[in-house]
Structure formats: structure tokens, C-alpha cells
Design a protein around this ligand. Structure first.
Ligand SMILES: Cc1cc2nc3c(=O)[nH]c(=O)nc-3n(C[C@H](O)[C@H](O)[C@H](O)COP(=O)(O)OP(=O)(O)OC[C@H]3O[C@@H](n4cnc5c(N)ncnc54)[C@H](O)[C@@H]3O)c2cc1C
Length: 360
């Protein structure tokens, strides 16, 4: 009988968990290493909007669009009813001509989207008090609690014989003649055939024996979670001044600062209060919004803004998977990378996103 290939995945966020889960499905022996808390860092403080509404290039749109569909299909394999909702998005970050331009761009790309008027918005969101004149409705989009999705995958992995090791830090990579044979960790050496670095924002950190780091421009974002409320809203609401969604347990996840840095002079608590105030002004609420957690998350963003997925030149057997919008992309990236690692099938969807664009 042929020996199972042994794969080490570093990082237990939604990307690492998806890669590990897909490798298990392809028959590998899988070990996941996590230096801090299972479920990931960015993945535990993410807004979790699953979408292809924003993509700077056609290749990135193709990847994101395929990823939304791959995520929707995941329900055939895992029960994610508690952590993922597919209710579509209402978007009015912009208005007037800019909103119309965003709409026509989406339609031109073949994305399913509809322009709604005030009455149509109101009938979809009866508890919305501050109703915009127009909004873009994208019905196939959804939202996930990314750390819970990661934990669900890791749970299946451990139940099926995989290993998930919390509190274990990867320190170095050992290779001979350019081919990986083991990894060095703070609990000792682990022999393996393949390695995936799904280390998120930490991808820029130096590893012993690995003369390659990913230049990053990580960015922060504020996420506030409320206590549970009765059913209030249906869609992911991307409004002109705040973004929010209601989770399966009734809690709201509220976020802002999608592209910038957190202002150093702002206190997170004050900002969170302000963000919740903006949210409550949008809604016909019978009770106050009570924050139960306030997180400043770090988005893993490679320096050119695009995902970095694949084998690293000069290090056979060593793969990276680091990206923003990792919640949207995770299930598809997990499947494509696992196939590449274990079946050597290369997907054209990943062509523009290879690590070698950063090789010196
Ligand atoms: C505020 C905010 C809002 C966001 N909104 C969205 C959104 O709406 N939609 C979307 O698609 N994406 C969104 N993102 C991005 C998305 O959350 C991330 O792209 C995704 O969670 C990345 O997952 P990951 O597994 O790569 O990283 P992480 O979840 O950060 O996991 C990486 C893990 O690797 C571990 N690690 C690092 N180095 C080592 C080491 N040497 N040894 C062992 N373990 C190590 C870390 O401890 C960490 O747990 C948002 C992110 C933030 C912060």
C-alpha cells in the first residue's frame, strides 16, 4: 500500500483550516500547527462578507466569483447553518451616479445584481428606518463567522484522524537540495512531504532556513459584536456610513474602516460607540445595541493587494496561501491548493496570484 503524503499546515484560520480540510479529503495525513488560538487571528475579527462585488481586475473577479459558488456548495460537505447565512447584500456605500456605475460594472461582468428602489428596499428590510433612494441587491452573497467555519473544519479533521496542535509555533523550514523534508517548531522537528504557510498577517515574518518572505501592507479594521436581538435585518447591509449583518444567533456584527488604518488618535471604545450609534440610527429598534466585543483586527494584505497562493520557487513542497478577503476565498483556495499539492493539478484561476511574482 502507498504511504499517505504527510502535509503540515501552519495557521488555523479559515485559510489554513480550508487547505487542511481539503488535503484530508484527498487522502493526506494532515497536521495543523497554531501558535496562538485555534480559529485564526484575522478570522476571529473579520466582518465575514462573502462576495465578488469588489475586484480590481478581471482575473480577481473570476477567482472571487468562483469562490462565492464554492462556498455555497460547501454545505454539501459540512453543516454550517450556525455560522454562515446566504441572504444576499444590499449595498449603498455610494449613491447617485457612483452607485449606478458600480451597478453597471457588476452587470457587465455578468454578476447577478439588481438595482432596487426605496419601496423595494423597504419591503426587503422592514426594520430599516433610514432607507436610501436606491441600493444594489446581490442575491448570491452571504456572510460567515469565519473562525467558527475554521473550527468546524478542524473538528472534522481531528475526528477523521488529522492532528490539530494549538500553542505550537513554526520556527523554520528544513530542505535538502531545494526540497522540503521537515519543519522546525518550538516543540521539535516534524517530518513532512508538503507544507502550507497560511500564516495570515504574519506572512512577512522571517523563518529559519527559508530565504523568502512576503512583503505585506496589513491594515486594521474595527469589528463590534452586539448581544443577541430578535430578528431585525435580512441582508448584509453595506450602507453609506456603516456595515452590519445579523448572525444566526441574533447578534449583530458591525464594522467600518474597510480600506484604511485605524486613526491613532481614536480610542477604540469611542469609535465602537460611534459605530453602534450610526447603526442604531438606521434601524427601528425597540432596544439598545449592547456591545459584547470590540476587536481591532489586522487584515492580511500582500503588498500588491492580491492573494498569494502556490508553491514557492526554490522550495519544492513549500506552499503559501495568504490573502485579504480570505473569508470569501477560503473554501475555493483550499480545494485548488490541495489539488495542486496532492494531485499536481494547476488551476488557471490561480495563474495571476502566484508567489513567484515576489521572488528576487
Ligand atoms: C476587520 C476585518 C474585516 C474583514 N472583512 C472581510 C470580509 O468582509 N470579507 C472577507 O472575505 N474577508 C474579510 N477580511 C479578511 C479575512 O478575515 C482574512 O483574509 C482571513 O480571515 C485570513 O485568514 P487566514 O487564515 O489567512 O489568517 P488568520 O485568521 O489570521 O490565521 C492565521 C493564523 O496563523 C497563525 N500563525 C502565524 N504564524 C505562525 C507560526 N509561525 N506558527 C504557528 N502559527 C502561526 C496565527 O496565529 C493565526 O492564527 C476582514 C479582516 C478584518 C481584520
Amino acid at each position: 500500500m502507498r504511504k499517505k503524503p504527510k502535509v503540515v499546515v501552519v495557521g488555523s484560520g479559515i485559510i489554513g483550516a480550508s487547505v487542511a480540510f481539503s488535503c484530508l479529503n484527498l487522502g493526506a495525513e494532515v497536521v495543523v500547527l497554531e501558535q496562538t488560538k485555534l480559529g485564526g487571528a484575522a478570522s476571529s475579527s473579520s466582518f465575514g462578507w462573502i462576495n465578488a462585488s469588489f475586484a480590481e481586475t478581471p482575473a480577481y473577479f473570476k477567482l472571487r466569483n468562483a469562490a462565492v459558488h464554492a462556498f455555497r456548495n460547501l454545505k454539501e460537505e459540512i453543516d454550517l447553518n450556525d455560522s454562515v447565512r446566504w441572504r444576499g447584500t444590499l449595498w449603498w456605500e455610494d449613491s447617485g451616479l457612483e452607485l449606478k456605475k458600480q451597478f453597471s460594472d457588476l452587470v457587465e461582468r455578468g454578476y447577478t445584481a439588481k438595482l432596487l428602489n426605496k419601496d423595494e428596499i423597504k419591503s426587503r428590510e422592514p426594520n430599516l428606518k433610514d432607507v436610501p433612494k436606491e441600493a444594489i441587491y446581490t442575491p448570491f452573497e452571504g456572510a460567515a463567522e469565519a473562525d467558527r467555519v475554521a473550527l468546524a473544519m478542524l473538528n472534522i479533521l481531528s475526528n477523521q484522524g488529522g492532528k490539530v496542535i494549538e500553542g505550537c509555533k513554526l520556527e523554520g523550514v528544513n530542505s535538502k537540495k531545494g526540497r522540503l523534508f521537515s519543519v522546525q517548531t518550538d516543540i521539535g522537528e516534524i517530518f513532512c512531504d508538503k507544507l502550507t504557510l497560511a500564516t495570515g498577517a504574519a506572512a512577512q515574518n522571517v523563518l529559519l532556513g527559508f530565504d523568502w518572505t512576503l512583503p505585506m501592507k496589513n491594515r486594521q479594521g474595527l469589528i463590534v459584536q452586539t448581544s443577541p436581538l430578535p430578528k431585525l435585518i435580512n441582508h448584509v447591509l453595506m450602507t453609506n456610513d456603516v456595515h452590519f449583518k445579523q448572525n444566526a444567533d441574533g447578534t449583530l456584527t458591525v464594522g467600518e474602516i474597510f480600506n484604511g488604518e485605524l486613526n491613532k488618535n481614536k480610542v477604540a471604545l469611542d469609535l465602537a460607540t460611534d459605530v453602534l450609534l450610526r447603526t442604531s440610527r438606521k434601524l427601528a429598534l425597540s432596544e439598545k445595541l449592547i456591545p459584547t466585543s470590540i476587536k481591532i483586527g489586522t487584515r492580511p494584505v500582500p503588498i500588491d493587494g492580491f492573494p498569494v497562493i502556490g508553491e514557492v520557487e526554490g522550495y519544492k513542497g513549500v506552499y503559501v496561501a495568504v490573502m485579504h478577503s480570505g473569508v470569501t476565498l477560503a473554501p475555493l483556495v483550499g480545494q485548488l491548493l490541495a489539488s495542486e499539492m496532492l494531485k499536481t493539478s494547476q488551476s488557471p484561476l490561480l495563474e495571476d496570484f502566484r508567489p513567484n511574482r515576489f521572488t528576487k
